[in-house]
Write a protein that binds this ligand. Structure first.
Ligand code: SAM
Length: 193
């Protein structure tokens, strides 16, 4: 059982696009309470549950406290947009490189749709910065956003840095919510992002 229903969104995305594989290193941005990290731990085998396949690595970050989870490292009370946090992440990663960056981050809703949209776009752009620092060649990124006028800024940065960019709306995501995910695959390392 998962800590939060949001797990089903990542399961659905991964069942379809197979971005998490045993042995992979994963960064989970906005990880609290830890449901996406639970999915990542299972799929990359970072708890070493399956002795037949490679052992992966999962690190989660959140402004809030993330309760411990076997197979995951957590940076609680940390801001992903802070360059010092990004350096810390890089130091934790085996070979200083990630295969996958997940972001289910969201700001606390202000109630003003435009403002919330703008703030989440800024967070997405900082996730793209993180990719530029730590994502390995061929890597993928899943990033939540709320649709609106500035989403194209994120999309064009992603389109420049990855070979493929899709927009996905998992069935597990409430239909009436403006929430969508960018799925960017096949990261072109050394391309300035
Ligand atoms: N994916 C998580 C799960 O399955 O358990 C749920 C994530 S929840 C929808 C969004 C999280 O993003 C919140 O816990 C919030 O504290 C976090 N968050 C928002 N801004 C952040 C930031 N700048 N740095 C790190 N975490 C942030």
């Amino acid at each position: 059982n998962y800590r939060c229903r949001s797990a089903f969104k990542l399961l659905e995305i991964d069942d379809k696009y197979k971005i998490l594989k045993p042995g992979y290193s994963v960064i989970d941005c906005g990880a609290a309470p830890g449901a996406w990290s639970q999915v990542a731990v299972q799929r990359v085998n970072s708890a070493g549950t399956n002795a037949e396949v490679p052992i992966g690595f999962v690190v989660g970050v959140d402004l809030l406290r993330i309760p411990p989870l076997d197979g995951a490292h957590f940076l609680s009370f940390s801001d992903v947009t802070d360059p010092a946090t990004q350096t810390q992440l890089q130091e934790l990663l085996p070979k200083a490189q990630a295969d996958v960056i997940l972001s289910d981050m969201a700001p606390n809703a202000s109630g003003f749709r435009e403002l919330d949209h703008e703030r989440l776009v800024a967070m997405c752009l900082s996730t793209v910065d993180l990719a530029g620092r730590v994502l390995g060649p061929g890597g993928s990124l899943v990033c939540k956003y709320w649709d609106g006028g500035l989403a194209h800024q994120v999309r064009s940065r992603l389109a420049h840095a990855f070979r493929e960019v899709r927009i996905v709306k998992p069935k597990a995501s409430r239909k009436e919510s403006a929430e969508l995910y960018f799925l960017a695959r096949f990261f072109k390392k050394n391309q300035a992002v």
